[in-house]
Design a protein around this ligand. Structure first.
Ligand code: ADP
Ligand code: MG
Length: 693
């Protein structure tokens, strides 16, 4: 297959360009073909010079009469003037400071140029694109069509990318406007699916996504490629699901009457009454663990909805069968916190709970975490510190895709436990079922009773001082604690030195000026895990009134006495992130507040922030975001490991249902031997998924 060839097989391409492709992780022709345009310039109207009019955007073709560079009166400015003739008239083309133009478009050359027609004593053009052609009717790449425009990175111009992709389709694949037999060899979907869902073939779709003749071409191409994306995810998930359903759980839970009674007693002994939603989800879980097949349940529940206790009940069920549970969190802080919460829940029982993180080897008491009934730790733990024969339950917090890989890893060690995955970034049900179709879904859609909704205020800059005054008052009179979240400096999940410097400056300002008479602590991502943990613990113990933090405190930190969170530069955060940050407060029974500051003069996203301030419901925010933004941008989707959908729009439920139908038609007949292309696609997809985590 030609497209599997390395990028080096591109003819007439300079080493510099090759290197840039490599830096963009484009290493095969297929990768390049997958670098898709973000818009198209409509240069498709071709006109004779006689008919041009001021204000039009046109393509004109003709022979170059003269081509020269002039110096303008302004110093250092040069002017390139090329005059062309197409038999109906002559036209001056003007460029500024592009001396190579006269070399590219020398006298007598046949050229195609496109740009706006302007009036400057007479009609002329300031071209935005040009190319040499061999005949007047030769196919054009950069003019005379819908011209694809690509994101320019690392100095790689849109023009170069376009040229190289065109090279692949025209010269290497021999594609022109008409299809050829390559598609047959290439196509990975069976005829009956293509036919039933009225899809164009894939190779043509790729061709037209880059070089559509018409808008309809583009629409059809886009439809096909979006279909492919969702179909791949759904089919892969469904196959995984079916495989799992065939498996036998390694350590079976008998779940007899005695066990059930003990679980009931444990729930009864909790310091609070479970919400209806918690009861329902616990019910789902306990039904799952009765079966001979391993559980694969995915629990969605807003921040503070009380997911930990669900995990605790699952762990308790394992314990009652003398099996071990491991609970994995994405960060050490979270692991520590889960450990504390869970240890507290089991304080009056014989269940032993241990913590295992990089910072904290084998926790108090026993020599080795292997001995504990429940081990809480970061993801690194699973491969090292468990007693594999004894594992009956695995709980994974906030790392959804992890489940598939973990299951495979555990199986390779000869065990097949029940698996419970949890997330605090709820997404609409239809989307959850699409992205996580291999899992059974449960939703905690109800908050514990008696919790006051957090009040959110979008605070204009001129009220900043009075907001500080109000915070000082709260600390003094009510003894509350405060989070202050520094702005994201760069759009990156990883903290850069730059954002840490900025956060440190802000910390100094607050500590030495604004809140001089209070105890102020600081937490950022580059601190050693041990130090982070210490600071968190100190904050919990009220040794600080205020904790200044970068967005690392984003997920799951539980400090009930903290009732105010201030978010600086709030317009730079996505809805999901804001919601998770806000969820740091409102964890006790006191009224909590979220203060949103924005950068001075930046009024972008104000509507979004106002909407955010109007509701505490994560699902409502998710749906709002879904309507407002494009695919890939959607609320929390990146937390679900799917920020790289290029074509499919997850708010397009019609498409989701269409691809779901197709998966149902496919699943019965799928046979890797019979569909080698499909097998290849699925394997590549799974590999990508795992490497993402
Ligand atoms: P999350 O879903 O964000 O993980 P947690 O499990 O950490 O939420 O619970 C948040 C807080 O709410 C904890 O302090 C927990 O003890 C408490 N909690 C959980 N369930 C209930 C309930 N039904 N009633 C009252 N408080 C609860
Ligand atoms: Mg949690």
């Amino acid at each position: 297959m030609i497209l599997d060839q390395p990028i080096e097989s591109l003819p007439s391409t300079s080493p510099v360009t090759m290197k840039k492709f490599k830096s963009l992780e484009i290493s095969t022709l297929w990768d390049l073909v997958n670098y898709v345009p973000f818009r198209y310039e409509n240069l498709s109207i071709v006109s004779s010079i006689r008919n041009i009019q001021e204000g039009e955007m046109l393509t004109v073709k003709g022979h170059v009469l003269t081509s020269k560079t002039d110096y303008t009166r302004r110093r250092g400015m040069t002017l390139q003037k090329v005059t062309i003739d197409d038999g109906t008239g002559t036209l001056d083309l003007l460029w500024f400071n592009q001396p190579y133009i006269t070399r590219m478009l020398p006298e007598n050359a046949l050229v195609s140029v496109a740009g706006p027609i302007k009036m400057n004593h007479k009609l002329m053009m300031e071209p935005i694109s040009y190319e040499r052609i061999t005949e007047i009717n030769s196919p054009t790449v950069h003019t005379g069509r819908l011209v694809p425009v690509y994101t320019e990175k690392l100095g790689l111009s849109s023009r170069t990318i376009r040229e190289k992709i065109h090279l692949i389709f025209h010269h290497m694949l021999g594609m022109h406007e008409q299809r050829n037999d390559l598609e047959k060899e290439w196509e990975w979907l069976p005829e009956h699916i293509l036919h039933k869902h009225n899809l164009s073939d894939e190779l043509n779709a790729y061709y037209h996504i880059h070089f559509p003749e018409t808008k309809q071409d583009h629409t059809r191409a886009h439809e096909r490629l979006a279909f492919d994306e969702l179909f791949t995810i759904q089919l892969s998930n469904e196959l995984v699901r079916r495989e799992w359903k065939k498996e036998q759980v390694g350590n079976k839970f008998a779940m007899n009457k005695t066990v059930q009674n003990k679980i009931d007693a444990f729930i009864h002994g909790l310091p609070f009454e479970l919400t209806g939603a918690q009861k329902k989800v616990i019910d789902d879980v306990l039904k799952d663990v009765r079966k001979d097949q391993p559980m694969n349940r995915f629990v969605q529940g807003d921040v503070g909805s009380g997911k930990t206790v669900v995990a605790a009940v699952a762990a308790y069920a394992a314990y009652l069968h003398k099996f071990q549970t491991i609970i994995m969190a994405p960060t050490e802080i979270l692991a520590t916190q889960h450990y504390q919460t869970i240890a507290k829940l089991f304080a009056n029982t014989d269940v032993s709970v241990g913590l295992q993180t990089g910072a904290k080897k084998a926790a108090k008491g026993k020599n080795d975490t292997i001995e504990y009934d429940i081990i809480v730790g970061t993801h690194a733990l699973i491969s090292k510190h468990a007693n594999y024969e004894k594992i009956g339950m695995v709980v994974i917090d906030e790392q959804h895709r992890f489940g598939v890989a973990q299951r495979a890893l555990l199986k390779s060690k000869g065990i097949n436990p029940h698996l419970l995955t949890m997330t605090a970034t709820p997404i609409p049900r239809t989307i959850a079922l699409t992205l996580h179709g291999e899992l059974d879904l449960s939703v905690i859609d109800e908050m514990p009773k008696g919790r006051l909704p957090i009040k959110t205020y979008l605070t204009p800059p001129h009220k900043r001082q009075s907001a500080y005054e109000w915070i000082r008052d709260g600390i003094k009179k009510l003894g509350i604690q405060v989070f202050i979240i520094c702005p994201l400096i760069e759009e990156s999940e990883i903290e850069t030195m730059k954002s840490i410097r900025a956060a440190t400056q802000e910390y100094d300002r607050l500590k030495n000026h604004v809140f001089r008479d209070f105890k102020v602590g600081m937490l950022h991502g580059k601190m050693k895990p041990k130090d982070k943990e210490l600071i968190m613990q100190e904050f919990k113990n009220k040794e600080y009134d205020i904790l200044v933090a970068t967005s690392v405190v984003e997920v799951g930190i539980d400090v009930p006495n903290a009732t105010i969170i201030v978010i600086e530069g709030s317009q730079r955060y996505g809805m999901a992130q804001l919601h998770q940050l806000r969820g740091r407060v409102g964890r006790g029974d006191k009224q909590s507040y979220c203060i949103l500051f924005t950068d001075e003069g930046d009024n972008a996203n104000i509507h979004r922030l106002k909407f955010f301030a109007s509701t505490n419901n994560g699902m409502t925010l998710a749906e709002y975001d879904l309507k407002q933004r494009g695919p890939g941008d959607i609320y929390g989707i990146s937390q679900h490991g799917y920020d790289d959908l290029k074509f499919a729009d997850l708010s397009n439920y019609e498409l989701i249902s269409k691809t779901k139908d197709a998966v149902n038609e496919m699943i019965g007949v799928y046979d890797p031997q019979k569909y080698p292309h499909m097998k290849e696609r699925l394997e590549k997809f799974r590999l990508d998924q795992i490497s993402r985590d």
